[in-house]
Design a protein around this ligand. Structure first.
Ligand code: MRU
Length: 368
């Protein structure tokens, strides 16, 4: 995507005497656009864990680059394989819900296993990381092209009136390598001249909707309005939402979808108001082995201070402020699961399927 006239991806590699992975440090958005340079595996682990970067597809791609940094660091080690596996394990534990991370790390381990010399292994890790990043961007682009049909259909039914989409969290280009998932059909519709408006949930506690999705939509010139997380139901009851599109961090083979905490409540409100609720996600977000999202998807719990404090710009500086008694106990579940029965369809890089085992198998027969 374009920032200040320059095309950026969210993660990229700069080769040199030693490799450097560059990322957009999302902790500073929307107030400052900062690029961070990561030279070591440990720095990448920290960046993923502390959410310098975040979003399902992006943590997958970043983990793939992390594995390349690991392989490069171990190139003189006599214990390459066992040390690499230990580092892979550490990376996989940083963010447990989004399956893209484990998927990318496992893909790296398979690619590295295929070749024999250490030099070949390091090169395989480099090539695989670049491939994963390119595929992520390409898949998001395809999601946009498939998903735009849904928006165009609604636009036609409304005789060209504005289509109102509600989204939760940030499943935009910042959450992937480029384009995003939930936002890709929105960007495509906007580029095609479809009148569209997006209701952006602020998405407590970290406010990815307010700080990231709003920033992206503003930069792309897409009309949007920021709303508190609890406003969606009211808007739906008053005919102000035509469809909901969110991303997903892990989807089971029967179509249950884990996404940022609060998504389930939007799906319930959408069902009560007869509004279609879509998930947009690439195949790397599917966990083909699971069949019960609520029972089987691990839900990340994060630090209580994310709930106790809110951060924002004050007098030109980013400040955090305490919003409750400091000793108040906090529960901070990062994600919830929307059951397949509440999902109208899943927009993937291969097309739109219903949230059912049969329909998912139909478009991904090679994964079963
Ligand atoms: O905790 P985050 O910001 O990494 O959350 C993941 C997400 O970005 C959302 O759940 C998103 O909607 C999923 S699609 C990237």
């Amino acid at each position: 995507m374009i920032v200040n006239g320059t095309h950026y991806r969210t993660v990229w590699l700069e080769d040199g005497s030693s490799p450097c992975v560059k990322i957009i440090d999302q902790r500073f958005l929307p107030h400052r656009f900062v690029v961070e340079e990561l030279f070591s595996f440990n720095q990448m682990v920290e960046a993923v864990k502390e959410m310098h970067l975040r979003g399902a597809g992006l943590i997958g791609a970043a983990a793939a680059f992390g594995m390349y940094l690991a392989a490069h660091e171990l190139r003189l080690s006599s214990n390459f394989d066992s040390q690499l596996h230990a580092m892979a394990e550490r990376l996989m534990q940083t963010r447990p819900t989004a399956v893209n991370l484990a998927w990318a790390v496992n893909r790296q381990l398979s690619a590295i296993r295929e070749v024999h010399s250490i030099d070949q292994k390091v090169e395989a890790a480099r090539e695989t990381a670049l491939q994963i990043a390119d595929e992520d961007a390409q898949n998001c682009r395809s999601i946009g092209l498939h998903g735009v049909d849904i928006i165009e259909r609604i636009s036609k039914a409304k005789r060209g009136e504005v289509v109102n989409v509600l989204t939760h969290c940030n499943a935009g280009w910042l959450a992937f390598v480029d384009y995003g998932t939930a936002t890709a059909p929105i960007y495509e519709a906007h580029h095609r001249g479809v009148k569209i408006h997006v209701w952006v949930d602020e998405t407590r506690p970290r406010n990815q909707g307010a700080s990231l999705t709003a920033w992206e939509l503003l930069a792309e010139g897409v009309p949007h309005t920021l709303i508190p997380d609890n406003a969606g139901g009211h808007l739906m009851q008053h005919g102000m939402v035509d469809l909901v599109i969110t991303g997903a961090d892990r989807i089971t083979s029967n179509g249950d979808a884990a996404n940022k905490i609060g998504t389930y409540l939007k799906a319930l409100a959408a069902a009560d108001n007869g509004i279609p609720f879509y998930i947009a996600a690439p195949s790397s977000s599917f966990d083909w082995s699971l069949t019960d999202g609520v029972g089987q998807i691990p839900i990340e719990q994060r630090h209580p201070d994310e709930v106790r404090y809110v951060s924002g710009l004050a007098n030109g500086r980013v400040e955090s402020v305490l919003i409750c008694p400091s000793a108040t106990p906090v529960a901070n579940y990062g994600f919830d699961v929307t059951p397949a029965r509440l999902i109208a369809g899943i927009i993937t890089e291969r097309g739109v399927c219903t949230a059912s085992n049969e329909s998912i198998q139909f478009i991904f027969p090679d994964k079963f």
